[in-house]
Design a protein around this ligand. Structure first.
Ligand SMILES: [Zn+2]
Length: 286
């Protein structure tokens, strides 16, 4: 049986991670706990519970931020990507201290490693999923798009980026859930930025927790801060972000997802448009 078919999963035990936010630079601690079937992913801060669903997205400038009743949890996408990559359906994430999820090394590697230490368990109920019935695409005038199409079961994602930049122009990658390894091929890919945009980001109050250890800084000649983890690390990180944002659909997709030059804003618009479409069937039975 190919993912996303199968039983729901949660963590075997509790995991605690501390770190600094990539954008706010402020320290926070998160506790990721097991959660019951059909509860999904929930963030909790100051007594407010925010479901990890696109309905609660409040801001998508450079990161995906959720908010409810005046409480905000920032930069959830790398943690959500780890949960998606590990096939975890239900988890309860308590956020203490700062409102941003720890940025760590700018990838989802630390989340994956921490969760692997406690383990993942199957639960007593089948996972729900969106079975794609026909192609559905959201496209912008600049040629960027996100689309889904049916396949013979299973989940596969393709991602491509294109910049008008002397070092980073076009990169493409793909990930198939059953044959690929999220932990090895996607999770270690760090966030990236262009050297020219750093001053602009800081002026906007973003990237304050960024440093040479948690972001790949790209200059005209290449990566400025040490060897990249993969030759195509930027597009792998884009795929990591895509999987994280897709988690905000509530249930995984059975089908293929393709994203070209997309970012958080486009991912989220796509989720809304797809949910409103008739391109899928919500499968409830295993
Ligand atoms: Zn990212």
């Amino acid at each position: 049986m190919k993912y996303p078919r199968g039983r729901q999963r949660t963590l075997a035990g509790e995991v605690e991670i501390r770190g600094y936010g990539l954008h706010t630079g402020k320290p926070s601690t998160i506790k990721i706990k097991p959660a019951p079937v059909d509860s999904g992913i929930t963030f909790a801060k100051e007594g407010v519970e925010i479901p990890a669903h696109y309905r609660w997205v409040v801001d998508v400038s450079r990161a995906t931020n959720l908010g409810k009743d005046g409480v905000i949890v920032r930069t959830v996408e790398h943690l959500l990507s780890a949960l998606a990559g590990l096939g975890i359906d239900n988890a309860y994430v308590e956020v203490e201290g700062g409102e941003e999820i720890p940025g760590l090394d700018g990838s989802s590697k630390v989340f994956v490693q921490a969760i692997a230490q406690t383990g993942v368990v199957e639960q007593e109920k089948a996972r729900k999923c969106f079975k794609v019935l026909e192609p559905f695409r959201l496209e912008r005038e600049d040629g960027s798009f996100v689309e889904v199409s049916p396949n013979g079961g299973g989940f596969k994602a393709y991602c491509a980026i294109q910049y008008n930049h002397p070092y980073l122009d076009y990169q493409t990658t793909s990930f198939e859930y059953d044959s690929g390894s999220y932990s090895d091929d996607v999770a270690p890919a760090r966030t990236y930025c262009f050297y020219e945009e750093i001053a602009h980001l800081l002026k906007k109050g973003l990237g304050r927790g960024g440093n040479i250890h948690n972001a790949v800084v790209i200059g005209a000649e290449g990566v400025l801060n040490g060897p990249p983890r993969f030759k195509d690390e930027p597009v792998r990180h884009k795929l990591l972000d895509l999987l994280g944002d897709m988690k905000l659909l509530g249930f995984p997709i059975m089908g293929e997802v393709k994203a070209f030059k997309a970012g958080h804003a486009m991912h989220l618009s796509f989720l809304q448009a797809f949910t409103d479409s008739e391109a899928y069937l919500l499968l409830e039975e295993g």
